[in-house]
Design a protein around this ligand. Structure first.
Ligand SMILES: NC(=O)c1ccc[n+]([C@@H]2O[C@H](COP(=O)([O-])OP(=O)(O)OC[C@H]3O[C@@H](n4cnc5c(N)ncnc54)[C@H](OP(=O)(O)O)[C@@H]3O)[C@@H](O)[C@H]2O)c1
Length: 317
């Protein structure tokens, strides 16, 4: 798989990165239902074996659990992977409540905890998870810049920032990457944010590129209505009526394009995200080795103009 330079940084990423939100398990507010650590570890190993060279996680995923699983999975293999994690969402032990803090003191504490859980000396890409609380953005981003100077972090990135928030942070310290939601069903960043990132050499790493599995080609109305309560998607409008039926109808039509090209729906949805040159990579979630083995193939696929136009037609219906 080719590697792409992330913004102005010296990080070279494979177009598919491994997303590990679901590996946080189901025991917290935004869990993905039951998830076995052994399957998560196998997925990380499969990703590395397939050539994926970076992993995205966050402290909050399973309240530290996803980072701990990654430590176990990359033991003795640190040199093979670039590690991206996030700060800004905080919790107290034995509480399901999630707090928001970008205060210097809080981020300094978070970085030490993440380094320990991940079992690494330096975080390759440290990202502000959400621009919240808004009045703490400058303090939070200034702290990330300090952590880079201190050598605890190699590069700083942001996630879920809009244009105005990007400008605010960029004025303090150069942003290496933006992690926004981007999929066939969620395209808000195309208008203002992508052009700004291109001009300012900010790499885009797109999250939920299959809209949390909805575009995997394997989702159904039955599955959506039977999601366990411990899976956050059971409460998400994308997975509820009337949206779910509307989206699944589009997926059925999109599948015809995938079939004609000899690829799967999951691969089509990822190749579509990667068609934009502003997008350095897609962060693709996986719960087991089989899933990532299917989706990694999208890193080497290119859609032609006709295929892109056909997708566009279906999305506009
Ligand atoms: N910065 C942020 O605020 C933010 C927000 C969201 C995500 N992220 C990051 O982006 C990553 C990816 O996003 P995401 O996990 O939300 O969504 P995604 O990549 O669009 O979808 C991942 C989910 O799709 C299903 N799936 C994956 N491969 C499949 C396959 N081959 N066949 C069938 N189903 C498959 C799995 O769930 P099921 O098998 O259960 O259906 C998997 O958990 C996250 O893990 C996280 O690292 C960041």
């Amino acid at each position: 798989m080719e590697k792409r330079k992330l913004g102005f940084s010296e990080l070279y990423l494979t177009p598919i990165g491994l997303g590990t939100w679901a590996m946080g398990g189901g025991d917290w507010k935004f869990g993905w239902g039951p998830q076995k650590d052994l399957n998560s570890i196998k997925a990380v190993h499969a990703a590395i074996e397939e050539g994926i060279n970076w992993i995205d996680t966050a402290a909050i995923y399973g309240h530290g659990h996803s980072e701990e699983v990654i430590r176990k999975a990359i033991k003795g293999r640190r040199e093979e992977v670039i590690i991206a994690t996030k700060c800004g969402r905080v919790w107290e032990d034995n509480s399901l409540e999630i707090g928001k803090s970008l205060k210097r003191k809080s981020i300094k504490k978070e970085v030490e905890a993440s380094l320990k859980r991940l079992g690494i000396e330096v975080i390759d890409l440290y990202q502000i998870h959400w621009p919240e609380p808004a009045e703490e953005i400058e303090e939070g981003w200034g702290t990330i810049a300090d952590l880079i100077r201190e050598g605890k972090v190699r590069y700083g990135g942001v996630s879920n920032f809009n244009l105005e928030q990007l400008k605010k942070a960029q004025a303090i310290h150069p942003i290496a990457s933006l992690q926004p939601p981007y999929s066939m069903l969620k395209r808000e960043v195309e208008e203002e944010v992508m052009p700004y990132c291109k001009i300012n050499e900010i790499g885009i790493i797109a999250y939920s590129p299959m809209q949390a599995g909805l575009l995997s080609g394997k989702f159904s109305r039955e599955r959506a209505s039977n999601l366990p309560q411990s899976d956050w998607r059971s409460r998400n409008p994308f997975f509820l009526e009337p949206q779910i039926s509307k989206y699944l109808k589009k997926v059925e039509k999109l599948k015809e394009i995938a079939t004609a090209k000899g690829i799967s729906m999951a691969q089509l949805s990822l190749a579509w995200v990667l068609r934009r040159d502003e997008v350095t990579a897609a962060i693709v979630g996986a719960r087991d080795a089989r899933q990532i083995k299917e989706t990694v193939i999208a890193g080497s696929l290119v859609l032609n103009e006709l295929e892109v136009n056909e997708v566009e037609q279906i999305l506009s219906l």
